[in-house]
Design a protein around this ligand. Structure first.
Ligand SMILES: *Cc1c(COP(=O)(O)O)cnc(C)c1O
Length: 344
């Protein structure tokens, strides 16, 4: 039996239809003359996100790093939330690649406080770094895929507009936020000057992300992408998967969200496991683990022996991510495995 893989929504495999779209994609040299499929994907993404244009890049990390490099100069400071992907999971790239420093602020389920952002903007003073950028994240991965409320994002956007500091939105899972909230991706993206989206997570493409924004930003972003080695040749072959994903896979994310709530609802019966279903906004479930349950790492091992793959998120929590590769039967298998491990 194949495993029930809840480690991440990045494990999704291309469907037969997506593979057919990839096989028949029209391609060209994107660096020399432009690749027609890449161009179609970039146009569709820009349209969806309500921005002037978009660039196709190999990963979400590169999309964020292209944005950071395009908006800042060495020595600048970037404000972000403490759990932000750019601060925790990009291997120090802001410092290593762009010579910038991050100033993480405490957030509420991923939401920055606008007044704290305002207080943290640097004055024009020779001793201080310049605040080059403010970065938000939607959905907020470290808070368990929470949807950051629109009022909170608008308030930050307003503070930044007034201070003339650009805003980048790490929208790796923006399509999940769109489906969960009913607020369009373009409305969410209107809180920022640039926005990145992963095509290779819940949307199900094998490879790729987009980074969208206005004309002057894109000109800089193209240069930074070139410097990072992210400008690809017959990239239409992989862009075709992203194009298929954007056109066909957005609405079905609602099923992933329902499955995540279903999983959270199954956890209450186990002593030592807790995951309030109202903490599940989208496709991520954080499961707190305490006595008398075994440790998070012991649970990961015991579940793995039963074909259920999950991540230990911290020393005392597990993370489940739902996606097109898992369904209700996998949730039932997870429950049965926990019953066996914890004894019911
Ligand atoms: C996954 C993720 C990224 C990076 O995407 P990769 O394609 O894995 O590089 C960036 N930001 C957030 C919030 C993510 O969840």
């Amino acid at each position: 039996m194949s495993s029930s893989d809840f480690r991440s929504d990045t494990v999704t495999l291309p469907s037969d239809e997506m593979r057919a779209a990839i096989a028949s994609a029209e391609v060209g040299d994107d660096v020399l003359d432009g690749d027609p499929t890449v161009r179609r994907l970039e146009e569709l993404a820009a349209d969806w996100l309500g921005k002037e244009g978009a660039l196709f890049v190999p990963s979400g990390t590169m999309a964020n790093q292209v944005a950071l490099g395009a908006w800042t100069r060495p020595g600048d400071e970037v404000l972000c939330e403490r759990g932000a992907h750019i601060a925790n999971y990009e291997a120090g790239a802001p410092a290593a690649l762009h010579g910038i420093q991050l100033w993480p602020l405490d957030g509420e389920r991923g939401a920055l406080d606008a007044q704290e952002v305002k207080r943290s903007l640097r004055p024009d003073f020779i001793h201080c770094p310049d605040t080059g950028l403010v970065c938000m994240e939607q959905t907020h991965a470290d808070s368990g895929g929470s949807v950051v409320p629109m009022e909170a994002m608008r308030a930050v956007a307003d503070v930044c507009r007034e201070a003339e500091v650009p805003v980048h939105l790490d929208g790796a899972r923006l399509a999940n936020a769109e489906v969960a909230s009913g607020v369009s991706a373009a409305d969410w993206a209107s809180c920022a000057d640039s926005v990145s989206v992963c095509l290779s997570k819940g949307l199900g493409a094998p490879v790729g992300s987009v980074i969208a924004g206005g004309g002057a930003f894109l000109e800089r972003a193209r240069l930074v992408r070139k410097r990072l080695g992210g400008w690809m040749r017959q990239a239409g072959l992989i862009a075709a998967g992203g194009l298929w994903a954007l056109e066909h896979n957005r609405a079905r994310l609602a099923e992933d969200h329902e499955l995540a709530r279903d999983i959270a609802g199954r956890m209450d019966r186990f002593e030592g496991l807790s995951s309030p279903p109202d903490s599940v906004d989208t496709n991520i479930v954080l499961l707190r683990v305490s006595e008398p349950a075994p440790s998070a790492s012991a649970l990961v091992a015991a579940l793995g022996e039963r074909g259920v793959l999950v991540y230990a998120f911290t020393a005392d929590s597990l993370r489940f991510v739902t996606h097109s590769g898992v369904g209700p039967e996998d949730a039932a298998r997870l429950q049965a495995a926990l019953e066996e491990i914890l004894g019911e």
